[in-house]
Design a protein around this ligand. Structure first.
Ligand SMILES: O=C(O)CCC(=O)C(=O)O
Ligand SMILES: [Fe+2]
Length: 369
């Protein structure tokens, strides 16, 4: 039995931390160039964004910028949520891949299309307007570069908009008299994503035979304030995609990420023995991947999949990533049923967020036993 392995610490139960507060308390290392480029106006790739000679990880070093892998051994699992074996299929996919595509989920296609439409409307705005909603170094919501930027020597071919909490302040800068549709759609989208994330988390806990680990799923009020964020991503087309990086290789911090991608290819996951494997966009499918916290909680059974985004030469690509984790004050401990040697020490979510903000991929090794 798992008793109190994963839980809220006994102290300070009344003072709950929010995720945006956690991020605000730990601003990223400041870097001077915090504004995304106006990519559409560029004819050549500036040195600041040219990864060709700076890293062995450039997209040009990978065999496949094409989306449609012909080798069946390397296609990411596709799971129908209404399948009577869904628990086993999802658990298996988490164990063997750390990522899968999901169809027949309850998120209406019309809502996904509306959210994608609002995302397009945002990135279509002139740069002067988008800059009015710029995320400040001490803020979490807003327009700007990927949060992982300070860890790389080159900039990414990317512009993003992060939503943590109500986006009304920033949205009203973008569209002074017409911000409500954006706020309404994003709120509804996050509600549906949260319900799906909870459903999948429950299924996975079932698969892992965990019963009392997820007490935040059953709590109300402040204790139920799980860590969530919505990241809108835009990867403008690039005349020479082999020299640029849409989003550099990283793992996601929380339990699960649910991603909607437009029809343009770009997302790739790293798989031992196969290298970078594309995640082909499938109409109606959402991509779910395991983040660091599920990797810790599963005691390393689920890989926290390394992924990156490459850029297309002719089409802009958009994506919406919803991150889901336990509340910031929740303590995550490795699964111990049947008893096994823990690979990680227990960690409070907000402490892990801080470790990650300072150390990126080295964060995990800092709690490894
Ligand atoms: O755009 C994508 O496909 C992936 C986005 C992503 O990995 C992220 O926002 O963390
Ligand atoms: Fe990611």
């Amino acid at each position: 039995m798992l008793s109190n392995l994963c839980s809220f610490p006994k102290t300070n139960l009344t003072i709950m931390t929010t995720l945006s507060q956690t991020y605000r308390d730990h601003p990223l290392i400041h870097h001077h160039h915090i504004v995304p480029l106006d990519f559409d106006s560029l004819r050549t790739i500036p040195d600041s964004h040219d990864w060709l000679h700076s890293s062995p990880e450039t997209p040009s070093s990978s065999s496949s910028s094409s989306c449609y892998h012909t080798n069946v051994d390397v296609s990411i699992p596709l799971i129908d949520l209404t399948d009577h074996d869904a628990i086993a299929l999802i658990g298996n996919a988490c164990e063997t891949w750390g990522v899968f595509q999901l169809i027949n989920h309850d998120v209406p296609m019309s809502l996904i299309e509306k959210a994608e439409g609002e995302t397009r409307r945002l990135f279509d705005l002139p740069m002067t307007r988008k800059l009015k909603a710029l995320r400040t170094p001490r803020d979490v919501t807003g327009y700007g570069l990927p949060r992982i930027t300070p860890f790389f020597s080159k900039y990414m071919w990317h512009e993003g908009f992060t939503i943590m909490g109500p986006p009304i302040d920033h949205a009203s800068q973008l569209w002074p008299s017409n911000y409500q549709p954006f706020c309404d759609v994003m709120e509804e989208y996050q509600r549906k994503m949260k319900a799906l994330a909870e459903q999948i988390t429950n299924l996975i806990f079932n698969y892992l035979k965990i019963s009392d680990c997820a007490n935040w799923l059953h709590s109300t009020g402040a204790a139920a304030a799980c860590s969530t964020a919505l990241q809108l991503n835009c990867y403008p087309r690039c005349p020479d995609p082999t020299r640029v990086m849409g989003l550099a290789p990283h793992t996601d911090t929380f339990l699960l990420t649910i991603l909607h991608q437009t029809r343009t290819c770009g997302l790739q996951i790293f798989r031992d023995g196969s290298g970078w494997v594309p995640v082909a966009p499938l109409p109606g499918a959402l991509v779910l991947n395991v983040g660091d916290l599920f990797h810790i909680l599963s005691n390393g059974r689920f890989p926290n999949v390394l992924h990156r985004v490459v850029v297309d030469p002719t089409q802009r690509r958009l994506s919406m990533a919803y991150f889901y984790g336990p509340p910031p004050d929740f303590c995550v401990s490795p699964l111990n049923d049947p008893p096994e040697t823990p690979c990680y020490r227990p960690v409070v979510v907000k402490d892990y967020v801080r470790l990650k903000a300072k150390n990126l991929e080295n964060a995990l090794s800092m709690i490894r036993l």
